[in-house]
Design a protein around this ligand. Sequence first.
Ligand code: GDP
Ligand code: MG
Length: 441
Amino acid sequence: LGGSISRAIQQMSNATIIDEKVLNECLNEITRALLQSDVQFKLVRDMQTNIKKIVNLDDLAAGHNKRKIIQQAIFNELCKILDPGKPSFTPKKGKTSVVMFVGLQGSGKTTTCTKYAYYHQKKGWKPALVCADTFRAGAFDQLKQNATKAKIPFYGSYMESDPVKIAVEGVERFKKENCDLIIVDTSGRHKQEAALFEEMRQVSEATKPDLVIFVMDSSIGQAAFDQAQAFKQSVAVGAVIVTKMDGHAKGGGALSAVAATKSPVIFIGTGEHMDEFEVFDVKPFVSRLLGMGDWSGFMDKIHEVVPMDQQPELLQKLSEGNFTLRIMYDQFQNILKMGPIGQVFSMLPGSSAELMPKGREKESQAKIKRYMTMMDSMTNEELDSSNPKLMNESRMMRIARGSGRHIREVMEMLEEYKRLAKIWSKMKGLKIPKKGEMSAL
Ligand code: GDP
Ligand code: MG
């Protein structure tokens, strides 16, 4: 996919005269790529029409930066589709908000409810979870388990079969307990059916949510529009969350969901774990959709942050996909010398690496230095291995002792390593563009 887009753009930049034919060819290639990313056919067609209106061929002929003009136009169009024009309702800490989750079974509602609660809890909120899924056996157990793990209060029942009754009871209880974020998980049943939408309407009417969030699996494909629209017709969907962005799907269905619900995407799910949850950011998402952008942003960042003489070697290692502790060590050294490579990693989809959050650079630097001290106590074998299993407890103890740190810190450092390794592994086998080759987006 990335290949076909870069090929399209490559073809274009090779042409000496950009005429309508070349523009059309390029648009057709990109259309195919977007359809493969599950973007709805109608949206793609509309975008194509708009691009033709926006991109003035005479300007292109006269301009120096043809490639950039077209790329930018496509990029902007896609960003525009993802922006419904008004932000979603945002709960306020300390005030009571009820947030209802809807979506088909398996879309990731229950998981996402907990992630959403956990995300806010970490910021000092007092969230609570209500299980109004009485349809699926085991639904309450699942929510209970998640909630217990995250130490979030929950409400549900094994006996009661009326979802409306449970939802109301749960919301009432947590209002009394002054929770500021009451999250109602609902049933998705198994397919789109009248009874499901009627149930959603009733739960919504009874609990009067401040926000209804439509949860969508990123791999849902062309069905996204109808599904989102069907929910929107029964409840007032105000926001979208796209799950399973850690998989292969590019999530083009999100554009349909936004179009159908006129609501923004607010978060994405990037894994099964509680903290694999990120605030949605339009630009990296669109880049991913186009299959090239974050890669080029990443490359730019590498060129900017990594010393020139080390770049070829680093890129070579990147394409091999084996991330070792030694690579991490070298990169940490670069960070300390030149600035936040954390930014580099955070440009990639699925990454939540924030090694150096803004305003906390000092703290992060101290942390990185601490990590490096610990790595100084490692053997060459450990540093050059890309197999974390090698790190058993006795090794960790030895490293902790050798560096005068606590074993907990060694574990923390290895967690950081695993996180970066996961991101790194996504780049395995990717062709490495030369500097400037794909830097236009
Ligand atoms: P529900 O039926 O809508 O409540 O969906 P669940 O929350 O039970 O999720 C269905 C499956 O998808 C479970 O196995 C989850 O672990 C998994 N899942 C949910 N969100 C994500 C995600 O962001 N990434 C991955 N890889 N799996 C997810
Ligand atoms: Mg569920």
